[in-house]
Design a protein around this ligand. Structure first.
Ligand SMILES: Cc1ncc(C[n+]2csc(CCOP(=O)(O)OP(=O)(O)O)c2C)c(N)n1
Ligand code: SF4
Ligand SMILES: [Mg+2]
Length: 299
């Protein structure tokens, strides 16, 4: 057993409204503890808005502003400017949004804010679908996954949000998972120390939407990383790649077998998905190696 020291500030209270066993609560507990009390949260409609609770009740011990689904990044930009005008430059603005609110409905707003390099940390709690409204597909839903609106399996691939946001040239883009807690906390700490637009995508297996047993959320998240279906990496200043878990240690079939959304998938489709994951992985490895060679060349 490995004991890790983690910040313990209890800023997500017990009695919150997450589905029992959902690792959204675990992930956010550690994210908030790492961010500390001098933080303001922006939470659009999503599971996280339910978990945070309807105002004036709140499970978070920090101020929460709930904007529309389209406007999180604009709300965060405005909040940042208001804080700056009050001289509160050190107060962190933290967005906690879902993938539907990030990859799709709030995307133009996020892209505009990233182009302006607005100073906030935007965390996408990526459960790969519109989950609090009954599990419809988003553009984050992976290829072949069944959802309420793709009952025969999604015919297109998951949008590559990290690459798209990195192309804006923002200082920090990364992926993380509570299954690799030390890495998640280190990324939040690093993002906190940077000024400008920082974007972190955290994988949240949806127990109901993915068809995962209540006690298997963390295992599903770990298998996603270990199979390369959800690689952990960072992109700094739009160019410097680091692959944080540098080996794939299991086939994607192990990961698929844990979830009802892939049940009955044809062997040929499993092979196609494995091929897509291998190709994306090879690209990440090459980019991460490029950076290492450049660093060695510079000395
Ligand atoms: C413009 C708009 N369309 C639809 C809705 C209804 N709605 C509220 S939450 C939600 C799902 C959001 O999905 P996601 O951002 O992935 O969050 P999750 O529920 O999965 O955590 C939808 C469609 C809305 N509030 N605003
Ligand atoms: S992500 Fe799924 S399991 Fe978690 S709170 Fe939302 S609906 Fe519940
Ligand atoms: Mg979602």
């Amino acid at each position: 057993m490995i004991k890790i020291d983690v910040p313990q500030e209890a800023m997500l209270c017990s009695g919150h409204a997450a589905c029992p066993g959902c690792i959204a609560a675990l992930s956010v507990r550690h994210i908030l503890a790492t961010m500390g009390p001098d933080t303001m949260a922006v939470i659009p409609p999503s599971c996280m808005a339910i978990i945070a609770g309807p105002q004036p009740m709140s499970s978070l011990k920090i101020p929460v502003y709930q904007p529309t689904l389209e406007s999180s990044a604009a709300a965060a930009s405005g909040l940042r400017r208001a804080l700056d005008a009050q001289g509160k430059r050190d107060t962190q603005v933290l967005v906690l949004a879902g993938d539907g609110g990030t990859y799709d409905i709030g995307f133009q707003c996020l892209s505009s804010a990233a182009e302006r390099n607005e100073d906030f940390l935007y965390i996408c709690l990526d459960n790969e679908g519109y989950m609090n409204t009954g599990a419809q597909k988003s553009s984050s839903t992976p290829h072949f996954a069944r959802t309420g609106s793709t009952p025969a399996g999604k015919t297109t691939r998951k949008k590559n949000l990290a690459e798209i946001m990195a192309a804006h040239g923002v200082p920090y883009v990364a992926t993380a998972s509570a299954s690799h807690l030390k890495d998640l906390i280190a990324k939040v700490e690093k993002a906190k120390s940077i000024r400008g637009t920082r974007i972190l995508t955290v994988l949240i297996p949806c127990l109901d939407g993915w068809g995962v047993p209540d006690d298997m959320g963390l295992t599903a998240a770990r298998y996603a990383v270990e199979s390369g279906a959800f690689p952990l990496f960072e992109i700094e200043d739009g160019t410097r790649y680091t692959l944080n878990v540098a080996q794939k240690t299991r086939p994607v079939s192990d990961y698929l077998a844990l979830q009802r959304r892939y049940r009955g998938m044809a062997a040929q489709d499993v092979a196609t998905l494995q091929g897509e994951i291998d190709a994306a992985w090879a690209k990440l490895v090459a980019r991460s190696n490029e950076g290492r060679h450049e660093a060695i060349a510079v000395g």
